[in-house]
Design a protein around this ligand. Structure first.
Ligand code: OGA
Ligand code: MN
Length: 294
């Protein structure tokens, strides 16, 4: 196996670990150890089928299903697509709601912090890529938190933070924020720091969905959230991934923020995305246990 750093602080490109061959007992222990240690893993030239993608994802935990409540009897789970391509092959218009929703992905976030079980990881597989733009960027909240001035850390440490899907969508379009799909779950309250139970490493846990920090009003909260995310997304903590078909990017949402970047919207772009829900064994219990008010 060959590892090449993606960024001096985090992330590795992995060669010699064919993802189609991974099972619970064969290679998953190695894969999981790399995930815990490096926070972001890139595999090039993988020809994963949808079935292989699902099987690989399942090894990390339960597959997230945001549409479980919308599905009619007999309809099965389909791998979610991050895509601007309609079923007839045309691309969605820049200002239509679906494109606005994709644009909300350009805000730094962790996936599903607004769900009762937020995502542990996202396994993204490139299906259709653009020649320009459409990168996916990752920022290490583990490295950023470790190097953050103590005075800034002290303003958030030990506090709980509220998260809601509508909040990130509202930053792009207040209309969009009112849609049912962005108002399905009760607002979630998580610790501002996620401690990885496998190695004890801490990371800042905030997202575009975060809107209120305990002990601050909403304006103070947003300013603090923006400052903290701003610190962790300085260029030195960021890896920007330019996609090739066959790439698989897997990252630890407990230790990294991510965002998409714009592309020419008349060009098709499709990534298959499977999120895995975090469990107590991933540190979720502790994330939901907020210390007594400071
Ligand atoms: C995601 C996501 C960004 C992108 O799949 O969760 O935020 O680059 N994607 O499309
Ligand atoms: Mn995302």
């Amino acid at each position: 196996m060959k590892l090449t750093p993606l960024n001096p602080h985090f992330g590795v490109a992995v060669e010699g670990l064919p993802l189609g061959d991974v099972t619970q007992t064969h290679l998953y222990p190695e894969l999981r150890a790399l995930f815990e240690e490096h926070s972001a893993l890139l595999f090039r030239g993988q020809a994963l089928s949808d079935q292989q993608h699902m099987a690989l994802a399942r090894l990390f935990g339960p597959i997230e299903d945001r549409k479980a409540d919308e599905r009619k009897a007999g309809e099965t789970f389909e791998i979610p697509k991050v895509s601007n391509v309609r079923t007839d092959g045309s691309t969605t218009d820049e200002m239509e709601e679906h494109t606005l929703h994709l644009k909300a992905n350009f805000l730094w976030h962790c996936d599903s912090t607004f769900m009762p079980a937020p995502a542990l990881t996202n396994l993204l597989v490139a299906r259709v890529v653009t020649e320009t733009g459409g990168h996916t960027e990752l920022a290490s909240t583990r490295a950023g938190w470790a190097q953050m001035p103590e005075a800034l850390k002290a303003r958030i440490r030990g506090r709980g933070v509220w998260h809601a899907y509508r909040h990130s969508r509202g930053k792009i379009s207040p209309e969009l924020a009112t849609r049912a799909m962005f108002n399905k779950w009760p607002d979630q309250h998580w610790n501002a720091v996620w401690t990885n139970p496998a190695n004890g490493r801490e990371a800042l846990y905030l997202a575009s969905h975060s809107y209120k920090v305990d002990g601050y009003d909403e304006a103070e909260s947003q300013a603090l959230i923006d400052e903290l995310i701003g610190f962790c997304t300085q260029p030195e903590y960021v890896y920007s991934h330019k996609w090739q078909v066959g790439d698989v990017l897997i990252w630890d949402q407990r230790a990294a923020l991510h965002r998409g970047t714009p592309w020419p919207y008349d060009r098709p772009r499709t990534l298959s995305s499977i999120c895995i829900s975090a469990r107590p064994v991933d540190g979720l219990d502790a994330l939901g246990r907020i210390p007594e008010p400071v």
